[in-house]
Design a binder for this molecule. Structure first.
Ligand SMILES: Cc1cc2nc3c(=O)[nH]c(=O)nc-3n(C[C@H](O)[C@H](O)[C@H](O)COP(=O)(O)O)c2cc1C
Length: 337
């Protein structure tokens, strides 16, 4: 697979840090970002991340083995400590150490003891945050790259600040590379993030709308038909999460409140199944490729970036289009690619 040569302005120091050609990361998306997508991103010049939140260690090992069979590029495992039972989290961390995973991407509350432990064991830590405060905690503990997630982001949304304002505040205060996330899905938005001092972008929705994503076609179709205003920031999907955390999803019957009378019911209503497991109403599970049931009532995560997405592409096509458009944008703005 031929990787296109990016113009020098797009070859930020982050690329050397991560060992990739383009300053573009696959966001760690639980269930959606498995080895097929992560490998496709790595092979096309980006940085692959396996979304392994709450996954059993057998799956983590199998996914890492499968990824390593497809690429020898560096990659990361994404974990969410706060949303994972302690015993399972310890097993996951032990597995990452045994597998000598090069990077881990952490999200939500900053678990400073865990960051220190990973770093002391030689695992490089990237932390996604929604505020300068959390970035400082993560950096003090040893995180070497910060992903600044803005309020526009799809999935769980940590902070209250838009990507633009967060970058403008965070970058000057940050001694480590900052990666932008939320609201970015094309080359122009990548250049905007770079203009604010980010060294790259971490993309969720843009890679959800690819052939290699393990997302259900219904979710992908709704995503590419949506505009930013079709997403909503709400707390409806929290059944298997440790707190009723805010998420950004596409509007559906759940967000419109049509099931609100069931929200505090003792019995969990099963609305489908996937991966051999039931999917419950109000759960944080988004519909995966093999999902069956009431797909539109599941958590259809989407960032406001959905308005920039119009087609399902391969991950390689998505990356190349973003890089080509970013190069054109730089030429338009400066006359110098
Ligand atoms: C389908 C989906 C699942 C996500 N799951 C996770 C996850 O498991 N762990 C995580 O750190 N972030 C997760 N996120 C958030 C992303 O890391 C990222 O912040 C977000 O996708 C950025 O916004 P964008 O979708 O506009 O690119 C998810 C996002 C989406 C769209």
């Amino acid at each position: 697979m031929a990787v296109v040569t990016p113009p020098p302005a797009l070859r930020t120091p982050l690329c050397d840090h991560l060992g990739c050609a383009f300053p573009i990361l696959l966001a760690g998306m639980g269930g959606v970002a498995r080895h097929r997508l992560a490998a496709a991103v790595c092979r096309a010049g980006g940085f692959g991340v396996l979304g392994m939140v709450r996954e059993p260690v057998e799956r983590i090992s199998a996914e890492v083995d499968a990824l390593r069979r497809l690429t020898d590029k560096p990659f990361a495992i994404n974990l969410i400590p706060a949303a994972t039972e302690n015993a399972q989290l310890h097993q996951q961390v032990r597995t990452c150490l045994t597998l000598q995973v090069p990077f881990v991407v952490l999200f939500w509350d900053v678990d400073t003891a865990l960051v220190r432990h990973l770093v002391s064991e030689g695992i490089r830590v990237i932390h996604q945050v929604g505020s300068t405060w959390d970035a400082e905690l993560a950096i003090d503990a040893g995180a070497e790259i910060i992903i600044a997630q803005g309020w526009e982001a799809g999935g769980h949304v940590r902070g209250h600040i838009g990507t633009l304002s967060l970058l403008a505040e965070l970058v000057p205060a940050c001694p480590v590379p900052v990666v932008a996330s939320g609201g970015l899905a094309n080359g122009r938005s990548l250049v905007a993030a770079l203009a604010l001092g980010a060294q790259g972008a971490s993309l969720g929705s843009a890679f959800l709308a690819t052939e290699e994503a393990n997302a259900h076609a219904h979710h992908q179709q709704r995503l590419i038909q949506a505009r930013a205003d079709d997403t909503v920031h709400c707390r409806h999907f929290s059944r298997n999460w440790h707190e009723p955390a805010p998420v950004r999803v596409l509007r559906n019957r759940v967000t419109r409140g049509e099931y609100d009378d069931l929200r505090h019911a003792d019995i969990s209503e099963i609305i489908g199944e996937q991966d051999g497991q039931p999917v419950y109403l109000f759960s944080t599970d988004s519909p995966l490729a093999d999902a069956r049931g009431e797909l539109d009532d599941m958590a259809l995560y989407a960032g406001q970036s959905c308005g920039q997405l119009h087609q399902i592409l391969t991950a390689e096509q998505r990356l190349n289009r973003i890089i080509e458009e970013a190069a054109e944008t730089l030429t338009r703005l400066t006359g110098n690619p």
